[in-house]
Design a protein around this ligand. Structure first.
Ligand code: ADP
Length: 205
């Protein structure tokens, strides 16, 4: 499923594995230590190799741990992507502790870093909706709204892909994308792309 924002900018949803995406940058839902963990973080470090961890370690030594809402970039090591952008999502504590603002900041900062690196395409996982416990439906709304607001102001980034790991998450993000499009029917266009082509990208054979 794809939302065209005009001027060549698109938001795309696929069901798949972010470590297999051939985009300029993939985003990691990291923790503040940047030392790897479970979920998508573990998958990225496993597939990307030790080079990523070594760069993360240097960043923490030089700048300290990464606060929620912030983002940094490293090499992507062995991954097909060019860079990994690590961002720390908010842990869900009921929603009244700045979680929506912090989550929006993750998406905004990651996009800004990609743009400063002159990148065109970037893939996000569903930040904070795993171990950090953010409910998927409100997280999807924030993710898609923040990207749709930020993208038109960027000079280089044109393609933002959300890579949803489960079909349930893909369906939730699809509903959020449709309701975003319905708010601006004169500006946004949603295309349903053939599922077999876009559910997941093949990995290197
Ligand atoms: P957080 O700590 O920010 O909640 P998690 O990694 O626990 O991060 O979960 C974030 C989302 O990433 C979850 O929806 C999880 O299912 C998903 N996920 C896990 N592995 C992958 C992967 N390889 N590709 C894409 N998404 C993934």
């Amino acid at each position: 499923m794809r939302l065209s924002l005009g001027e060549g900018s698109v938001i795309e949803l696929i069901e798949g594995d972010i470590t297999r995406q051939s985009v300029d940058a993939i985003v990691n839902a990291a923790n503040s230590s940047l030392m790897g963990g479970g979920g998508v973080d573990g998958a990225i470090h496993r597939a990307g190799g030790l080079e990523i961890l070594e760069e993360c370690r240097k960043i923490v030594v030089e700048h300290g741990s990464l606060p929620p809402g912030r983002a940094v970039s490293t090499t992507a090591g062995q991954l097909p992507a060019g860079f990994v952008i690590h961002t720390v999502g908010p842990v869900w504590h009921g929603g009244a502790h700045g979680e929506p603002q912090t989550l929006a900041s993750c998406y905004r900062e990651s996009l800004t870093i990609a743009d400063k690196l002159h990148l065109t395409s970037i893939a996000f996982p569903s930040i904070s909706t795993g171990v950090y416990g953010y409910p998927v439906a409100p997280a999807a709304d924030i993710a898609l709204k923040t990207v749709s607001i930020t993208l038109p102001d960027l000079r280089h980034v044109r393609e933002v892909r959300f890579v949803l790991f489960s079909n349930a998450d893909f369906q939730t993000y699809s509903r959020a994308l449709n309701s975003l499009a319905a708010q601006k029917p004169d500006r946004y266009r949603v295309d349903v792309i053939h599922a077999e082509i876009n559910r997941a990208e093949p990995g290197p054979s």
